[in-house]
Design a binder for this molecule. Structure first.
Ligand SMILES: *Cc1c(COP(=O)(O)O)cnc(C)c1O
Length: 426
């Protein structure tokens, strides 16, 4: 689809462009395999000499249409759906890091990503150094080593809600000859487009606002095509030297700007196989068709709820980057002038167990692990998602022990506030 379309149009129309007599609505290609007429035709696909479908573990037309839509929204050159956000983050790093390599990561990230990077990837011989997203350029630079291959951060961190200074992070990454990978799950491309600020690779948990209805776990990787792998060829042998598993093909030479995303699909997805099911991709696409309508409503409601909480004397503190006295307000205004996301965190005055008491008294807002869908929901990370982290790690990830994460939905804001009010009064 032509680039000049605006995000609203891309949400509705991009990705699936039916030709004469084809279904208007993106079909679910519920097929593991695809038919060819000659053995030669199929052989060319296996040599990556031609692109085409042969087995859904590598590529599927439904998935590709949805990846194309997200790629268009982010302004990238290529994208790939994964079975979850975790898989997207793993692939995004593993595509350019191998045993003995290292990457630098903001400490303000999702708890699941923290475990993946700090514990599981370490077992594969890939080491990470966490740095505060608010550290100076010099401090962040000093975390880089000769074997560092990437810098990673979340646009708005889950659940600490820090805003990443994308330009600063991109400058540091590029000074060290490595790409900046940004998890853009919370703002979505409706509210922030990290490629415009210098990010090179974007990852998403599509499970959140993109799906928007809490139906399907999924992820996505989008490649900007902007990072010059060849200029740093010594760091990225996987992209810049022959791949023996494809008869000595070199990704940068064969695919140019599409090198990174092609390797992720044809090598990692082939070997590790965390493909999103076409059924889930179909549901994700329906979610994406209204993303541009839902995000402003999430932001409008969250702003109202945050202002209500801030004015309430039972509330000890409120963290929402839309509040002018918030320490992320200026960064949020710069990178997300039209709104950030619907997620707020806050703490109550008094005992730590008031958090769970308050949550148990809510009627409209549901206690769920999930975040960022149409329904208002609530979670206490220290007792739920971040249980595995020590108090020290919690604070390092920007999660106070009393932190309540409120994911403001797209219901009527006054009903959400009334629910909070009655729960607080108990
Ligand atoms: C939820 C989340 C993930 C993990 O995604 P899943 O789809 O649950 O695997 C990664 N990053 C962020 C910012 C998230 O909110």
């Amino acid at each position: 689809m032509a680039k000049q379309f605006k995000p609203e149009t891309l949400c509705v129309q991009a990705g699936w462009e039916p030709k004469k007599g084809e279904p208007r609505v993106l079909p679910i290609y519920q097929s593991t395999t695809f038919k060819y007429e000659t053995s030669e035709q199929m052989a060319r696909l296996f040599d990556l000499e031609e692109s085409g479908y042969f087995y859904t573990r590598l590529q599927n037309p439904t998935n590709d249409a949805v990846a194309k839509k997200i790629t268009a929204l982010e302004g990238g050159v290529g994208g790939m759906l994964t079975s979850s956000g975790q898989a997207a983050n793993f692939y995004a790093i593993f595509n350019i890091c191998q045993a003995g390599d290292h990457f630098v990561c903001s400490s303000a990230i999702y708890g699941g990503t923290f475990n993946l990077f700090a514990v599981t990837m370490k077992k594969l011989g890939i080491n990470v150094t966490f740095i505060s997203p608010k550290a100076t350029e010099e401090e962040i630079s000093s975390a880089f080593q000769p074997n560092t291959k990437a810098l990673f951060g979340e646009t708005i961190s889950n659940p600490s809600l820090d805003v990443l200074d994308i330009e600063k992070f991109a400058r540091i990454a590029h000074k060290h000859g490595v790409p900046l990978i940004v998890d853009n799950t919370f703002p979505t491309p409706i509210n922030c487009r990290p490629f415009e600020w210098g990010a090179d690779i974007i990852v998403h948990s599509t499970t959140k606002y993109m799906d928007g209805h809490a139906t399907s776990v999924g992820g996505c990787i989008v490649d900007s095509g902007n990072f010059d792998w060849e200029a740093n060829a010594d760091k990225f042998p996987g992209l810049c030297t022959p791949d023996e598993s494809y008869h000595g093909l070199t990704y940068t030479k064969a695919f140019g700007k599409m090198a990174y995303i092609t390797k992720a699909t044809s090598q990692l997805m082939r070997d590790l196989g965390s493909i999103q099911s076409p059924q889930n991709a179909f549901l994700l696409n329906i979610g994406l068709e209204t993303l541009h309508l839902r995000m402003p409503q999430h932001c409008k409601n969250a702003q109202k709820v945050a202002e209500y909480l801030q004015a309430n004397d039972k509330v000890a503190w409120v963290n929402y980057c839309g509040l002018p006295d918030n320490n992320n307000y200026e960064l949020a205004q710069k990178y997300m002038p039209n709104g950030s996301c619907g997620v707020i965190s806050f703490g109550l005055k008094g005992e730590r167990n008031l958090a769970t008491k308050f949550m148990d008294s809510l009627q409209l807002a549901a206690i769920v692990t999930h975040v960022a869908d149409a329904r208002t929901s609530v979670l206490h990370p220290a007792s739920h998602t971040h249980r595995q982290l020590s108090d020290e790690q919690l604070l390092e990830a920007g999660v106070r022990p009393d932190l309540i994460r409120l994911s403001v939905g797209i219901e009527n804001a006054d009903d959400i506030i009334d629910d909070i009010e009655q729960a607080l009064s108990k």
